[in-house]
Design a protein. Structure first.
Length: 230
């Protein structure tokens, strides 16, 4: 009771704000206000086999299914949420949005046949500095709804690549071509893996990670990103 009173008192002077629009949160709202939740630009790509993510990776890597949950728009709600997720120490945003995405995906049988979830890893130095991997947060949210285990020690990032911002598609590919390795690949033999990342633009990072995984015998891969930046 005292803890709640103290929380309410502090909130008068330092109100919690929505991480999407910065407006004060009210009542039982957490992280994201109801207005922003209602206005999230969902792609519904999982309902379309030949969706834009499918076309982005066709002829680049063999995959089973591919989707993105939200549209990434400059200065939009999703950009603000992902910025807070990646840079402002709010891994809970990834979990929250991952759970929401998982609910939509499972309603349309997207997870059917998938054995494990693998988040795209950060380099250990970068993860240590940030304190967490944002893609792992999203994967954990998906996993709680889908009931599929998350594995984080098989796909690893062995080289710290430079920022992908302002690089061309070819330069992005060269930047990540050799940064991933797989530990104990036999543990993923004949498994169907869902590879999870936060945002896809050119797809170079996902392509590089998937290409390394696809060296494993009989492995199948599907792709999920929290957001798509056309």
């Amino acid at each position: 009771m005292k803890v709640q009173w103290l929380h309410d008192f502090i909130s008068v002077f330092y109100p919690e704000v929505c991480l999407g629009c910065t407006q004060p949160l009210v009542n039982q709202e957490k992280l994201i206000c109801l207005n922003c939740l209602a206005e999230l630009p969902k792609t519904n790509f999982h309902k379309q086999y030949n969706n834009p993510i499918f076309h982005l990776f066709t002829a680049r890597i063999p995959f089973q299914k591919a989707t993105a949950y939200l549209y990434f728009q400059k200065k939009g709600i999703v950009q603000s949420l992902i910025h807070n997720l990646k840079y402002n120490n709010f891994p809970e945003v990834g979990v929250r949005l991952g759970r929401m995405a998982g609910t939509d995906l499972i309603a349309d049988d997207f997870p059917k046949g998938i054995d494990v979830i693998l988040p795209v890893p950060l380099h250990p130095t970068k993860q240590s500095k940030r304190g967490y991997n944002q893609s792992e947060s999203v994967a954990n949210g998906l996993a709680t709804i889908m009931g599929i285990p998350v594995i984080t020690d098989k796909l690893v990032r062995v080289t710290r690549s430079s920022s992908q911002t302002r690089k061309s598609r070819f330069a992005r590919w060269l930047n990540v071509e050799h940064v991933f390795e797989v530990n104990q690949p036999e543990d993923l033999t004949d498994r169907h893996v869902l590879l999870v990342d936060d945002v896809v633009t050119t797809g170079s990072t996902l392509e590089a990670a998937a290409s390394r995984l696809l060296e494993i015998p009989a492995l199948k891969i599907s792709l999920f990103t929290l957001a798509y930046a056309p």
